[in-house]
Design a protein around this ligand. Structure first.
Ligand code: UD1
Length: 429
């Protein structure tokens, strides 16, 4: 399998265009199941995760065509009819968000059989809230042998859905199902992430009536059918934040474009507190650090607009060489510090106690062989490698390929010494 080698020490200087958001793109792709007309998504990232979902959607009857359109990378998804309501384990297991096809399938064709996704390295990640939402909308749900059987032969019915905790995926899933329900659905304690607003905009362009996304209450007035539309995927705030941290780590000056500064404001504030300069621009941010060592600052992850859990690993990498001691609290997922022991292989001084990590900054990291454990953790190792003395080799980078488009190219264009070592196809032990 491929690995990535980074030779530390180079500053980053240049421009990095931010891609469309993976986490949004995969929910928007699922929306194509709701209409018999084509959905054209522009600003589409090309990632392993979008490919996985494309494969699953194709099995369900959607034609998925990727091309370079007049406005950049696009994917056209067209489901004249749903030819199968079955999402097998081998496809859902590869990417949890595939589970979000369940709601649209039931909404459009009255039934579906979708594999439970199972846990993942960052925690148990149950789907009880997703199922609670679909049941509230009138679907009959049965669980057998690892599969969810959902039925609503006479269609879904609008309802009040009150989530006991905030879940991005469950809120999106409820929206995707309720747009074709009969009557009004009100989702309370909804997640407020920008990707929800993006989904609302896309669904409304398709003829849905959704309002309130981005606030804790989302109201959906069901419609009988949806039509085709063109929608541009929101910029990837996690990719943007990752390169902002990389620039602060390596030093230099990086301009992030094709994005929006408010998407990473909670991170920008922390970068400034640590001593980096962040200039908000019309289409992104400029991050600069010239010479001086950063100061340790504390973070606590929280739902948007709080500090994103998907940027926690990257920020921990940044703190490994800061001056002083930083406390990093993870409140969203219960097991999201697997990057800590890998960063310690590079010489970082980190101790983890439950949901909190204490990072004491060291003067210099040393290159080593490390292993990616999940998507965001893997990029934190690349960030650490940017300043480690000598060479850092990150293995199991299929995690990285799930969510970062052309990472070596984007960092390399700014002067980083990053190269991909092609594997021999053999799985790593
Ligand atoms: C999404 C993002 C992920 C991000 C996360 C939090 C995608 C593809 N992934 O994941 O990158 O880190 O939001 O911003 O968009 N929970 C339950 N029951 C459920 C659903 C969730 O207990 O039915 C719990 C989870 O275990 C977790 C918390 O709720 O502790 C929040 O998870 P959720 O917001 O649902 O995350 P995802 O949508 O899976």
């Amino acid at each position: 399998m491929d690995r990535i080698a980074i030779t530390g020490g180079a500053q980053l200087n240049g421009v990095i265009p931010v891609s469309g958001a993976k986490n949004s793109a995969i929910k928007l792709m699922a929306a194509s199941l709701l209409t018999d007309e084509p959905l054209r998504l522009t600003n589409m990232p090309r990632l392993a995760d979008t490919r996985f979902l494309g494969k699953l959607l194709t099995r369900l009857g959607v034609s998925v065509t990727e091309s370079d359109g007049p406005d950049g990378q696009q994917t056209i998804l067209h489901a004249p009819e749903i030819t199968s309501g079955f999402a097998p384990y081998d496809l859902v297991r590869q990417m949890r968000a595939s589970f979000n096809v369940l709601g649209p399938l039931v909404a459009r064709s009255g039934q579906a059989k979708v594999s439970l996704p199972g846990g993942c390295t960052i925690g148990a990640r149950p789907v009880d809230l997703h199922l609670q939402a679909l049941e509230a909308l009138g679907a009959k749900i049965d669980l057998h042998e690892g599969y969810v059987y959902a039925q609503a032969p006479r269609g879904l019915k609008g309802a009040e859905i009150v989530f006991p905790i905030v879940s991005v995926g469950a809120t999106e899933h409820a929206m995707l199902a309720a747009v074709l329900a009969d009557g009004v659905t009100v989702i309370r304690n909804a997640a407020c992430e920008p990707e929800l607003v993006d989904l609302q905009e896309c669904l409304n362009a398709m003829g849905a009536k959704v309002e309130g996304a981005g606030t804790p209450t989302v109201t959906i007035t069901g419609v009988a059918r949806l039509k085709g539309a063109t929608h541009s995927v929101i910029p990837d705030r996690i990719e943007m934040g990752t390169y902002a941290v990389a620039a602060a780590m390596a030093g230099g000056e990086v301009r992030l474009t094709n994005a929006r500064p408010e998407l990473i404001e909670s991170l920008s504030v922390k970068l400034e507190e640590a001593g980096a300069t962040v200039v908000r621009t019309e289409d992104g941010v400029i991050v600069k650090r010239n010479g001086s060592r950063l100061n340790a600052v504390d973070i606590e992850t929280a739902p948007f607009p709080g500090f994103a859990t998907d940027l926690q690993a990257q920020f921990m990498a940044l703190m490994t060489t800061a001056n002083g001691e930083s406390h990093i609290r993870e409140t969203i997922f219960e097991n999201r510090f697997m990057h800590a022991p890998e960063l310690m292989r590079l010489g970082a001084d980190i101790s983890v106690h439950g949901g909190e990590a204490r990072v004491r900054g060291v003067a210099q990291l040393e290159g080593a062989e490390v292993m990616a454990t999940d998507l965001r953790a893997s990029v934190s190792l690349v960030i650490a490698g940017l300043v480690a003395r000598g060479e850092t080799v990150v293995s199991r980078i299929y995690h990285l390929d799930r969510g970062f488009e052309r990472l070596e190219e984007k960092l390399g264009a700014c002067g980083a010494q990053v190269r991909r070592i092609k594997g021999d196809g053999e799985p790593e032990l």
